[in-house]
Design a protein around this ligand. Structure first.
Ligand code: C5J
Length: 224
């Protein structure tokens, strides 16, 4: 019989069945988070994202200790860039863009060092890694099929960045019938104002896209 756990959240408590829930960790990739990576090369302050590493590490350990589903994503493209739309390639008019040589290999290309997940949160054997060409984790991937085959109905979502890939994925998940709980200390943006607004948008209007809480509440609920 399903055993629901309840955690304090906004706009109201989030109740979830751990056996039908997955921890979905979005794009915790070296190029976004590590000093010397592509994100920093663009002038971003990676400390804004790095503060999420320790809470994610603690949550991931608690989640794995319970034997629950963990799924990781990575944003990136095939080495021949055949899945990279021109619109994405040229957006921003930067001199160095996706597919070009960057500080940790070709930027956002699968198989390159910068595309990989940071060591602190490295996927364990058996944990699916979804390679996504877009911002949302559902578009052009098999994420929905994997979740359906596992009977997953609810997602605890963490990762980077709050206003881009996390928000897009939560919206996609919401339209596919999943409940999403987003943990504010485990998601990050290079821009504090986008972090705040990205979370506000999710929980607005009675939880229009989902719920917002923090990692301690989930870890405590799992331990109870
Ligand atoms: C992610 C991005 N992961 N901001 N990508 O948010 O381009």
């Amino acid at each position: 019989m399903a055993r629901f756990l309840s955690v304090a959240a906004e706009p109201y408590e989030f109740q979830f069945d751990p056996d039908r829930s997955a921890l979905l960790i979005i794009d915790m990739q070296r190029d976004f988070l590590e000093p010397g990576g592509f994100g920093e090369m663009l002038g971003n302050d990676v400390a804004q994202l790095r503060r999420t590493i320790e809470p994610n590490r603690a949550l991931l350990k608690a989640w794995r200790d319970r034997g629950l589903s963990v799924i990781h994503t990575r944003e990136g493209h095939r080495p021949d860039l055949s899945d990279l739309p021109d619109a994405k390639k040229v957006r921003g008019r930067a001199k160095t863009t996706i597919g070009d040589a960057g500080p940790m290999g070709r930027i956002l290309v699968r198989g390159e060092a910068g595309h990989d997940i940071i060591a602190e949160l490295y996927p364990a054997p058996g944990e699916p890694v979804i390679d996504k060409p877009g911002k949302g984790a559902f578009w052009a991937t098999d994420l929905h099929a994997i979740l359906q085959h596992r009977g997953i109905k609810q997602l605890v979502v963490t990762g980077v960045t709050t206003e881009v890939c996390v928000n897009t994925t939560v919206r996609e998940a919401n339209d596919r019938g999943y409940d999403c709980l987003v943990l504010e200390d485990c998601v990050g943006s290079y821009f504090p104002e986008f972090q705040a607004m990205g979370l506000k948008m999710i929980k607005a209007q009675g939880g229009i896209f989902g719920w917002v809480s923090n990692s301690d509440t989930v870890i405590e609920a799992l331990a109870a």
